[in-house]
Design a binder for this molecule. Structure first.
Ligand code: B12
Length: 218
């Protein structure tokens, strides 16, 4: 794992939403042979700062969306380098999506992008995904881990239905996979209510959990 540097130039540029400057710096650092994971970690730190500025009222929703887009572009740039490293640490297959009734996807996309960066194969079903679609996909692709995202209270009920549908698939077909839920309002109580195995309110912590789980599975 690379060291976090909250004061790096890249972290600051992401936090300031300086799209062009971010991409230019990333290209330069790639040419200079910098570790792509270090680049991703510094960007993730910048995304965290964007979240804090949003909470403090300094940024609005547009800022969050913009930061998500910049992060996506960075991941796209470093992906070829990461792919070269991925062979040695292919980590497993993760099925992700935002549950039915909920269209929030910025956090879910971050989780998916970070997972790909860390060598996971990610199958993303998108947003507003009905329980049956999650279950059918799980049956088809046999994921190692499932990650459900939900940000609105109304999503907790569909999250519960989704976990039930996934457990049925697992039971009927003799497969088992841990289910992680995530989102801004998720806590231990919600996790117990919906019947998931784990909960996380931070994408990078979710990736670390997936790494731990996949080490146990393999
Ligand atoms: C941006 C936003 C929107 C955007 C979404 C754009 C998009 N493409 O996602 C738009 C404008 C479309 C929107 C719509 C609505 N929104 Co809205 N939205 C937000 C806002 C401001 C920020 C969410 C966000 O993206 N944060 C940044 C990301 C990075 O954070 P995150 O999603 O929490 O993800 C992090 C972690 O939670 C974690 N994570 C997320 N998912 C997962 C999954 C796994 C497996 C793991 C491991 C980790 C993980 O990783 C991320 C980074 O660490 C929140 C307020 C807030 N403070 O959260 C309200 C908020 C979620 N919205 C809310 C509401 C009510 C709505 C609407 C119903 C509004 C309306 N009346 O129409 C609609 C929802 C319609 C629907 N059916 O879904 C409420 C929900 C309240 C509630 N109790 O239900 C909130 C809390 C605002 C509020 N305070 O009232 N919204």
């Amino acid at each position: 794992m690379s060291e976090h540097n909250p004061n790096s130039q890249l972290t600051r540029l992401i936090a300031d939403l300086e799209e062009e400057a971010v991409l230019q710096l990333v290209r330069q650092r790639m040419e200079a042979g910098d570790d792509p994971m270090q680049i991703i970690d510094e960007c993730n730190e910048g995304m965290r700062e964007v979240g804090q500025r949003y909470e403090q009222g300094e940024y609005f929703v547009a800022g969050l969306i913009m930061s998500g887009e910049i992060f996506r572009e960075v991941v796209e740039l470093v992906q070829p380098l990461l792919a070269k490293q991925a062979d040695s640490r292919t980590s497993g297959r993760v099925l992700v999506g935002t549950v039915a009734g909920d269209i929030h996807d910025i956090g879910k996309n971050m989780f998916g992008m970070l997972l790909s960066c860390y060598g996971f194969e990610v199958i993303d079903l998108g947003v507003d995904v009905p329980p049956g679609v999650f279950a059918a996909k799980a049956l088809q692709i046999e994921p190692d881990i499932v990650g459900l995202s939900g940000l609105i209270t109304a999503a907790f009920e569909t999250m519960r239905e989704t976990v039930t549908a996934l457990r049925m698939v697992a039971q009927e077909h003799g497969r088992s996979f841990p289910i992680i839920i995530g989102g801004g309002m998720i806590d231990d109580q919600v996790c117990q209510y919906v019947g998931a195995d784990y909960w996380m309110s931070d994408a990078m912590a979710g990736v670390r959990l997936c790494e731990d789980l996949s080490r146990k599975i393999r």
